[in-house]
Write a protein that binds this ligand. Structure first.
Ligand code: TXA
Ligand code: MG
Length: 349
C-alpha cells in the first residue's frame, strides 16, 4: 500500500490525511505552481524509497527539497550566502530551485550521492501548509512515471498513479518545472532553464549590488545535473520536432522512414515502440511563452490521448529568448525525431 492505511484515509480533512500518510512513511502528490510533485518527508527513508519505486525513477536522479521558509531551507543548504538571500527574497515562493552544498540533514538518497542539494519554496497554499505541519522539508520530483510528461493537474496524477493520495488544487499556473540554479560562492550556473530567466536573476542581484559571475566552464552538465537527460518529458506517442513548414504527408513519410530511430528506452527504462505511424496531430502553442509553458504538458497529454499515432510540433523563428528556451528545452527532450527545413534530413535528438 503506497499511501498508507486505507482505513485511516476515510477520516479527517485532505491535509490531515496527507500529513498522516507522510508521517507514516508514505508518499502524497502535492500541487505546486510549476507541476504536481510526488512528496515524502526528508526524514522518512521509507517514503523516499517509495518515490523512486512509484515513479520507476533511477537512483542517479536527485530530488528537490520543498520548504516553507528560508529558515528551513538553511537546514538543508550549508553555504547560504547573500546571493541566496537576495534570490530567495525576490523569487520565493516561486519556480526557482537553489543548488548548493548540503547539510547532514539531507539523506544521500535525495541527492543521488552528490554533495549538493536543490531546495525551493513552492507557491501553493495547501502545500505550504502541509510542509508547515510536517515541520521538515518534503522531497518531491514531478509526479509522473520516469521520463514521461509532467502533470499539471491533479487528474493527470490520478490517471497515472491510482494508488497515490493526491491533494487536489487548480491546474498549475506556471506549467513547467522550476529553474534550477547552482550557487557556488559567487559563481552561478543554470542547470535547468525555467520561467525564472537568467535576466531576472541578474536584475535581482544587480539591484542588490552583489558580485557574481556565470560559470559555463564545464561543457558537459551530465555529471552536474544528473537528471538532465537527453530524453525526458516524453508523451505516449512519438513527438516530431519540425523546423520549417513541411506539410503533413511529408512529415508522416519522414516519421516512417526514421521510425527505427525513435528511442525505445530512457536511461535503461523501456518506453513504448511503434512500427508505423499514419495519423499526425499538431501540438499548437500560444505565442506568449508564459501561456505556452502553462499549456505545454496538458496539450502534450491531450495530443497523446487522441486518435493520432504521432504528434508534431512546428518550431517558429519567433520562439526566442530565455522563456522560450525553457519551453524548447522540454520539447527537445520530449521529441523523438527532428525534421529540418526543406530536406528530410534526420537529426538524432
Ligand atoms: O518545479 C519543480 O522543480 C518540480 C516541482 C515538483 O517542484 N520538481 C521537479 O523535480 O521538477 P524533478 O525531480 O522532476 O527534477 C529535479 C531535477 C533533477 O532531475 C536534477 O536535474 C535537478 O533537479 N537536481 C536536483 N538536485 C540536484 C543537485 N543536487 N545537483 C544538480 N541538479 C539537481
Ligand atoms: Mg521530472
Amino acid at each position: 500500500m503506497l499511501s498508507g492505511d486505507v482505513g485511516q484515509l476515510q477520516s479527517g480533512s485532505e491535509l490531515d490525511q496527507a500529513e498522516r500518510i507522510l508521517d507514516q512513511g508514505g508518499v502524497v502528490a502535492i500541487p505546486t505552481e510549476t507541476v504536481y510533485g510526488l512528496a515524502a518527508r526528508v526524514d522518512r527513508l521509507e517514503g523516499l524509497q517509495k518515490i523512486f519505486a512509484v515513479k520507476n525513477r533511477p537512483f542517479f536522479d536527485p530530488l528537490i527539497v520543498h520548504v516553507d521558509s528560508v529558515e528551513l531551507a538553511r537546514q538543508y543548504l550549508a553555504d547560504w550566502n547573500p546571493l541566496c538571500t537576495v534570490l530567495a527574497t525576490q523569487f520565493w515562493p516561486g519556480p526557482l530551485s537553489l543548488v548548493g552544498p548540503k547539510t547532514a540533514a539531507v539523506p544521500d538518497l535525495i541527492t543521488a550521492g552528490l554533495s549538493t542539494v536543490a531546495v525551493r519554496i513552492p507557491k501553493n497554499g495547501k502545500t505550504l501548509e502541509l510542509i508547515h505541519r510536517a515541520g521538515v522539508g518534503l522531497a518531491a520530483p514531478s509526479a509522473n512515471r520516469f521520463g514521461k510528461t509532467s502533470p499539471t493537474e491533479s487528474a493527470h496524477v490520478k490517471s497515472e498513479f491510482s494508488d497515490v493520495f493526491v491533494i487536489h488544487d487548480e491546474p498549475a499556473e506556471i506549467g513547467i518545472e522550476s529553474t534550477v540554479l547552482r550557487v557556488n560562492g559567487s559563481q552561478l550556473r543554470i542547470l535547468r532553464p525555467g520561467m525564472i530567466s537568467r535576466a531576472q536573476i541578474e536584475a535581482a542581484l544587480d539591484e542588490a549590488n552583489l558580485f557574481y559571475s556565470w560559470d559555463y566552464s564545464v561543457v558537459d552538465v551530465g555529471g552536474e545535473s544528473p537528471g538532465q537527460l537527453k530524453h525526458h518529458y516524453m508523451p505516449d506517442r512519438p513527438l516530431i520536432w519540425v523546423d520549417g513548414d513541411m506539410d503533413l504527408p511529408a512529415i508522416t513519410r519522414f516519421a516512417n522512414q526514421h521510425i527505427d530511430s525513435i528511442p525505445d528506452e530512457i536511461a535503461g527504462v523501456p518506453i513504448q515502440h511503434v512500427a508505423k505511424v499514419e495519423k499526425g496531430v499538431e501540438l499548437v502553442l500560444p505565442t506568449d511563452p508564459r501561456l505556452a509553458a502553462r499549456e505545454l504538458y496538458g496539450k502534450l497529454r491531450q495530443c497523446a490521448e487522441g486518435e493520432a499515432d504521432f504528434i508534431f510540433f512546428r518550431w517558429q523563428p519567433s520562439m526566442q529568448g530565455d522563456l522560450w528556451q525553457a519551453i524548447l528545452d522540454r520539447l527537445g527532450k520530449a521529441a523523438s525525431l527532428r525534421m529540418s527545413s526543406g530536406s528530410l534530413s534526420f537529426h538524432d535528438m
